[in-house]
Design a binder for this molecule. Structure first.
Ligand code: SF4
Ligand code: SF4
Ligand code: SF4
Length: 485
């Protein structure tokens, strides 16, 4: 994981030089820039979600234990998940983080302000922060905690998506953790290193069709204030400790827009760009493993929830079936597949790529990291394909639960008795197949783009691409088999 060093001189990376087109949104629609510059902007974006979150907690703790009658399950695990993975991430990068309520109280206790900015001299910033403002340990400054945390929660996904109380407790714990860490550690340490949602948001935000970037990096070279990261009297220091002058990937920008407020040179803008084309470099093993974990989880969820193998579903669903031996097998198998077997297969494909392309001069680690981008669009699109039937089959629960959010027998809008009605289920495979094929296409294309920077000889390039492409194709075929039989 690479969070930019604030002081080091900006380096324009190779991939930045070969950037595809981008369209300056703020230049075209200046009212949007005025909107995000309003000091109230983020608060107003978070407030509705904060209120909803509170309702979800109440529903989880005191509402019906029947999952599909409780708003926390239906809204979070059907509606929110679908919108997040199919719309927000691919089209809006980390726009969910703009409006996420989890760090709200943490920000508040650190800043002692909800809207205003306090100028000051807290270490490394031009703002006044409260709390201990400690640095997070260097050994933990990566996304391994997020990888393991997400895998752990995913192991209990059957509980999470069926038991409202369990979801409420997990979200309550995350909320308390975000606030507690903000009291001890500086800025959004929770978001950067702990939040389990952050890991996959950071990975899949790479594919997104928007980016927040400096307009002119040379301007940043001349800029002495570095207000984008250090803050100013107009905006808080970047909560994610990102320096705009060097930013060339979406991964760790939480789109809070504080830097847009504080940059004295008006040098930051929002750009639209092509899907899955610009940020194509993974920078550490933690990110590669994240890509592997997410792809494997998409696979095991599909087996568990969509496939015909009831036994796996029973193993995962320990709270109802109470088969602890089966659950242990499921948990160990999933962890082994995600942490050892699939990364091992990918490593093998890279060793083969090196051998077949006779690329002795390129370190295995470099090829391993660089070709791993292929797993990013593949993983995102597999998750999208997985989520389509989730909404189409279970979407009608949203209509009924709106009228009776706690399952107490209310009928607020007259839709409480809306029957379960799957929406065109026969169309699901026809939607899933092109999505999966697009995942293969974008994965291969990303690898090809990176490969071109490594190999000048086209024949050598294609030989190097062949083994990981075969792995990618095999993964695509497994998903196709699962989704369409
Ligand atoms: S990183 Fe996690 S807690 Fe932080 S804003 Fe994003 S989703 Fe919310
Ligand atoms: S404050 Fe603005 S001009 Fe200065 S380094 Fe940051 S983005 Fe560049
Ligand atoms: S201050 Fe700017 S760079 Fe930092 S997280 Fe917010 S939007 Fe991203």
């Amino acid at each position: 994981m690479a969070i930019a060093n604030p002081i080091a001189p900006p380096a324009v990376s190779e991939e930045t030089l070969q950037r595809p087109w981008r369209f300056d949104v703020f230049a075209r629609w200046p009212w949007l820039k005025r909107l995000v510059r309003m000091r109230t902007f983020q608060f107003l974006a978070i407030l509705p979600n904060l209120l909803l979150f509170y309702l979800f907690l109440i529903a989880g703790l005191f509402g019906t234990p029947v999952g599909n009658r409780n708003i926390i399950i239906v809204f979070v695990w059907i509606l929110w998940w679908f919108v997040l993975i199919t719309v927000m991430v691919p089209l809006g990068s980390r726009v969910w983080c703009t409006m996420c309520p989890l760090p709200f109280f943490g920000d508040w206790v650190q800043r002692r302000a909800v809207v205003l900015v306090h100028p000051g001299k807290s270490p490394g910033t031009e703002n006044r922060f409260f709390g201990l403002h400690r640095r997070w340990p260097k050994q933990l400054s990566n996304i391994w905690l997020q990888n393991l945390g997400f895998l752990f929660l995913a192991t209990f996904s059957a509980l999470l998506v069926t038991r409202p109380i369990f979801s409420a407790v997990v979200f309550g714990v995350l909320f308390a953790l975000a606030t507690g860490l903000a009291l001890v550690y500086r800025l959004r340490t929770f978001c950067n290193y702990v939040c389990p949602i952050s890991g996959f948001l950071s990975l899949y935000a790479m594919t997104s069709t928007v980016e927040l970037r400096s307009v002119d990096k040379n301007e940043c070279l001349k800029c002495s204030s570095k207000a984008c990261i250090r803050g100013s009297e107009k905006g808080w220091a970047c909560p994610w400790n990102v320096y705009m002058g060097k930013l060339d990937r979406n991964n760790y920008c939480g789109l809070c827009f504080e830097c847009v407020k504080s940059c004295p040179n008006d040098n930051i803008s929002l750009f639209v760009r092509p899907f899955s084309t610009s940020d194509v470099i993974l920078r550490g093993y933690d990110e590669v493993w994240k890509a592997c974990i997410m792809l494997v989880l998409a696979l095991t969820y599909s087996v568990m929830l969509l496939g015909p193998w009831g036994r796996f579903k029973d193993w995962a669903n320990v709270s109802e079936v109470r088969n602890w031996g089966g659950f242990g097998l499921f948990a160990a198998g999933q962890a082994l597949l995600a942490l050892v077997i699939f990364p091992g297969l990918y490593y093998l494909s890279i060793r083969l790529a090196k051998w077949y392309a006779k690329a002795d001069s390129i370190p295995t680690k470099e090829l391993f990291l660089k070709y791993a981008y292929a797993l990013v669009p593949m993983g995102l699109l597999a998750w999208i394909a997985f989520s389509v039937p989730l909404l189409m089959v279970n979407g009608s629960y949203i209509v009924s639960v709106i009228s009776d959010p706690l399952g107490w027998g209310m009928n607020l809008f007259g839709t409480a008795e809306f029957p379960w009605a799957p929406l065109w289920p026969e169309w699901v495979p026809f939607i899933q197949v092109p999505i999966l094929l697009a995942g293969f296409y974008y994965g291969f294309r990303g690898m090809h783009k990176v490969g071109r920077q490594l190999f000048s000889d086209p024949a050598q390039l294609y030989r190097s691409l062949l083994p990981p492409a075969v792995l990618l194709l095999a993964v695509t075929l497994v998903f196709l088999k699962l989704f369409v039989g």
